[in-house]
Design a protein around this ligand. Sequence first.
Ligand SMILES: *Cc1c(COP(=O)(O)O)cnc(C)c1O
Length: 409
Amino acid sequence: LSLANIQELDDADVLAGYRSLFSLPPNTIYLDGNSLGAMPIGVTSRIKNTLEKEWSQDLILSWNTNNWIDLPLNVGEKIAPLIGASSGQVICTDTTSVNLFKLLATAMKLKPDRHEILSQIDNFPTDLYMAQGLAGMFPDNRLSVHTCTEDEISNTLSTDTLVLMLTHTNFRTGKIHDMKALTRLAHEKGALVIWDLSHSTGAMPIHLDACGVDMAVGCGYKYLNGGPGAPAFLYLTRSLQNKVSQPLSGWMGHEKPFDFNPLYDPGKGMRQYLCGTPSVLAMAGLDAALDIFATVDLQQIQSKSQQLGDLFISLVSQAHLDLNLISPTDGRLRGSQVSFTHPEGYSIMQALIAKGVIGDFREPDIMRFGFAPLYIRYADVEAAVTTMKNVIEEKAYFAPQYQMKNQVT
Ligand SMILES: *Cc1c(COP(=O)(O)O)cnc(C)c1O
């Protein structure tokens, strides 16, 4: 592809206009929207209003007058169409990790005669850690965490599997699971499923209801652009609601928190998945960020993400950089990210960042590049590869300042 061809791709891009809704630094190509989404401009005025009007002037009255109290449900309703959920099944609250704990415990109560959480060995570690934490609370054999490789999932599912807990888009490789097929497989064994949608939500259409999914969680600060540490979300299919209560039974999940009754009575529907007081400032930011998705077609987002990724893969291959692709070449099997391995991956990424191309690094040798279709242009992909070619060919990454590991990679 010539530069003129790349310009044509940007000119024909139906999503091109969305870039102006984001605040991006100059001279920077941001290929890490899969880890921390860029800041939508609308978030500033919303948080300013929450600070300067709602908090400063309306004070505690805001819980009623500015409806802070329903923010978790209302933001959940805004996320619902992005994950193929009809109304009343999604709530915005806490973190993905904490929400996994609530759902795993719910699964345990729904299926008391089953003993095993099954997950993938290369799942995002917090998912495995939360399962281990829950299992550790019970005497041996009540609950165990079993991990297997992707290929082993179907043969490892058994009639003792309580829940199959998987991440839809693999955070290392970007490979997408077949949600419908795996959900069906788990159900055939009588197990429940929990899908972690952290690296999928906002990057592609998802069909939780249509796939018959039981439970799901996901992140607010990746492709949803809710800001650092934005609250996460939790989905529980309607037919499993109000059957059992989850153990993080804080007052905000009580049916009548302001009755101050000493006995816990779980709220109806999704409300009982609240624990304590919601983080209003952070949730207001996410709420504003989600407005961008009101007019956007997720199918278009997915097609552009596939094209951006395809272009990146083909330009890197033409550049002969000795990088090893670990993401699927077939865009339909790939989330909105492309990963390569290289023994000097960490220092190459540091050198790239110094030149204004921001991706990230995952142990032991993975360079990860995310392509958030709402604000990444085809020309950015081309420029990123040119910079990478220079960094690698000039061996700029051998400079000592690029070798030193930061706390966050
Ligand atoms: C980013 C991510 C998380 C993050 O969890 P937090 O509790 O919000 O920090 C969890 N799971 C997956 C798969 C992720 O990609």
